[in-house]
Design a protein around this ligand. Structure first.
Ligand SMILES: C[S@@+](CC[C@H](N)C(=O)[O-])C[C@H]1O[C@@H](n2cnc3c(N)ncnc32)[C@H](O)[C@@H]1O
Length: 337
């Protein structure tokens, strides 16, 4: 189990020293360069990660990636995954958070689910799938020719079938009906649930980081701290090493530092790493603004104007359907959560 005093004592020793090349004694390493170089440094130092968690580029032509063929992309991922397996501890986990690679545009869009595309690589390297976690979120693009995408997945693999770190009690969530009692058997009349809460299941409802999210930086697709924090708590112990080869603005590092783990990550964009360094320092000093894990998703108050159907719509909805069948609403509908 964790030793809570160790980390809090360390924190009081002053600002955090962030290493720029992998250093096994550093609490945080931010390496500017290619992921294979960092993973090689960790391997050369003979260090093992208890958790590798990442959200790789999806080959969608974002500002930080050159779009290639799906085959080339998969080959690049194969190299990364193999290097991650090389540094994985015997009880360790790899969590790969992905969505879809989309080919084409408009009606021609074809979706390739990256978890299905990449699964055979993990399997061929001897890893065992523990869960395919569905990350559900409420906001995103309004599609016209297919259903709007509102989920991505996390593939959680372990190296070993039976001996792997899994601290379920650290990530339990409140039950829907905690007052339920056993109605028969030796515990009849006693509360039937676990007082620490229930297993959070493999469907996680966590808002994605859109423009008005408290954690938003200039990165176009950072993942929320809570998403990584749950994995860090469940799959590692205090002082373990957590690695993110595609670090972006350091969400993995922030969640790791907040929970008293060591962390190392790489990114090819130095401007993201500068933001990551600032966020890590703020996390270390306890001043970082973040959305707490297990904060319920916002449900609009049905009495507010924004949650009511505008009167104009009642009158015009019939006309819109008849005259503008493609009408999809405006982008301003996004990101309310
Ligand atoms: C989906 S983003 C990750 C965002 C991150 N999860 C966060 O919360 O900030 C993918 C990142 O991979 C980085 N990247 C792309 N190619 C890379 C490579 N060869 N080595 C290291 N990082 C790379 C990009 O610059 C981008 O920041």
């Amino acid at each position: 189990m964790e030793n809570p005093t160790l980390f809090s004592e360390l924190r009081q020793t002053g600002p955090l020293c962030i290493a720029r090349m992998f250093d096994q004694d550093a609490r945080a390493t931010l390496f500017h360069g290619d992921r294979l170089a960092l993973l090689g440094q960790i391997a050369d130092a003979g260090c093992k990660a208890e958790l590798v968690v990442t959200s790789p580029p999806y080959n969608t032509g974002k500002e930080y990636e050159d779009q290639t063929t799906l085959e080339e992309y998969v080959e690049g991922q194969r190299q990364t995954i193999r290097a991650c397996v090389d540094i994985l501890s015997p009880t360790g986990s790899i969590c790969w958070q992905v969505g879809h690679y989309i080919d084409g545009s408009g009606r021609d869009k074809e979706a390739f689910p990256l978890d299905l595309v990449l699964y055979p690589i993990f399997k061929s390297l001897g890893l065992k799938l523990r869960n395919r976690i569905v990350w559900h979120f409420g906001h995103g693009l309004h599609e016209k020719f297919r259903f709007s995408g509102r989920h991505e997945t996390i593939l959680w693999f372990t190296r070993d079938v039976t001996n792997y770190t899994f601290n379920l009690d650290t990530i339990r969530v409140p039950q829907k009906y905690p007052g339920k009692r056993a109605y028969r058997g030796p515990n009849k009349g006693r509360p039937s649930g676990n007082p620490l809460g229930k297993n959070p299941s493999d469907v996680w409802d966590i808002p994605n980081v859109k423009s008005n999210h408290i954690e938003k930086t200039e990165h176009p697709c950072q993942f929320p701290i809570a998403l990584v924090e749950r994995l860090v708590l469940a799959l590692t112990n205090e002082n373990d090493l957590v690695v993110d080869p595609y670090m972006g603005v350091g969400t993995t590092a922030v969640a790791s530092i907040m929970q008293g783990r060591r962390t190392a990550g790489s990114d090819i964009e130095s401007r993201y790493l500068e933001i990551a360094a600032r966020r890590i320092q703020d996390a270390w000093s306890g001043t970082l603004q973040f959305r707490p894990l297990n904060k319920p998703v916002y449900e609009p108050d049905t009495n507010t104007a924004v949650a009511r159907v505008p009167e104009e719509w009642v009158a015009t909805s019939r006309r819109l359907l008849e005259e503008e069948p493609d009408y999809e609403g405006s982008e301003s509908e996004q990101g309310l959560g």
